[in-house]
Write a protein that binds this ligand. Sequence first.
Ligand SMILES: N=CN[C@@H](CCC(=O)O)C(=O)O
Ligand SMILES: [Zn+2]
Length: 404
Amino acid sequence: MTGATTIITGIGELMTQDAEQRVLKDAAIVLEDERIAWLGPAANAPAADSRYDAGGRACLPGWVDSHTHLVFAGDRTAEFEARMAGQSYAAGGISVTVDATRRASDEELGSLVAQRVAEAGANGTTYLETKTGYGLNVEEEARSARIAAATADELTFLGAHLVPQGWKADDYVQTVTGPMLSAVRPYVQWADVFCETGAFTPDQSREVLRACRDAGLGLRVHGNQLGPGEGVRLAVEEAAASVDHVNHLELSDIDALAGSWSGWEGDPDSRGTVATCLPACDLSTRQPLAPARQLLDAGVPVALASNCNPGTSYTSSMAFCVATAVLQMGLTVAEAVRAATYGGALALHREQTTDDGGRLAVGSLAVGHRADLQLLDAPSATHLAYRPGMQLTHAVWRAGQRLR
Ligand SMILES: N=CN[C@@H](CCC(=O)O)C(=O)O
Ligand SMILES: [Zn+2]
């Protein structure tokens, strides 16, 4: 070891979520600069420059939130109240947030995004994706991308979130795939499309995805949220990294997702399409919870994400998502924690250290991975579901730096 080292010892339960999915008792972990240098039984731990006593608490990877929409101003309390009184969610509500976001200055928007990222970090999220999608013209989408790129770990272009008022859908798709894509391209790694009734048709969605792939972006899809549809099939056909929401699935959708992983042996070149479930959104929109149990049983890798946004899920609490997945969706605690850590990393293609070592693996704890971890105010991760709604985040390290 050559850098500054810190040992976290006295860990009651260490859940690695690495390839062996180890759960170690009486463990310790050594951080060296931004990476993990050692982990194992506390009794065998090497010396380190500084020491932190976990006091018997549980340690797990920091949450990887692979789906958020943090670049917005305003809120949609009135729409939420109407929904709780019986109205259903419709894509059109997005335009309310577009108006508020366009009115915000760069400084306001930048500080809102930074506050939201900090809030997520204080609650254990150490790696986070966010999206554009509340600008919906060339200048505003580029502004959202530029502002979010300063704070988010991964950034997705969602110009195809809603056809703005006054536009013909096909004209708007030409703008998204032309000048808008060129304007956001310097800032983003991913592209997404809302493939749903009231948003974009499967053909329009495919056109957007193909143009974005040709521009070198990885792909994701918002699909099968409000009803059965083509979103999942489209995502698999276009080799998207994830399809998100997945509330209304047919068996053929689940088979298609499982098929996309056949032959995968952990190599980055043959990853399939992750199913990203968004339980906080499902509750807030009163949609049926995504069939995460069925997906896992069919062999589909599942991610859990917050979908933090003002319309359908105004929370970045991954602990809430994990508790809901256990209590309401039939996952074990280990499966839910895995989906909220390793699953998110897989959906962002960040579960492995790159060959050149330039990007360290996130979402699991192993030697050489990024030192992204959290301690719970509890002796085991089980307490996340056993004590739902309690603030259990005790301490958080991101790339070896203490966040909380
Ligand atoms: N479904 C599409 N987009 C967001 C909601 C956006 C909004 O209503 O503001 C989502 O993921 O739920
Ligand atoms: Zn979303």
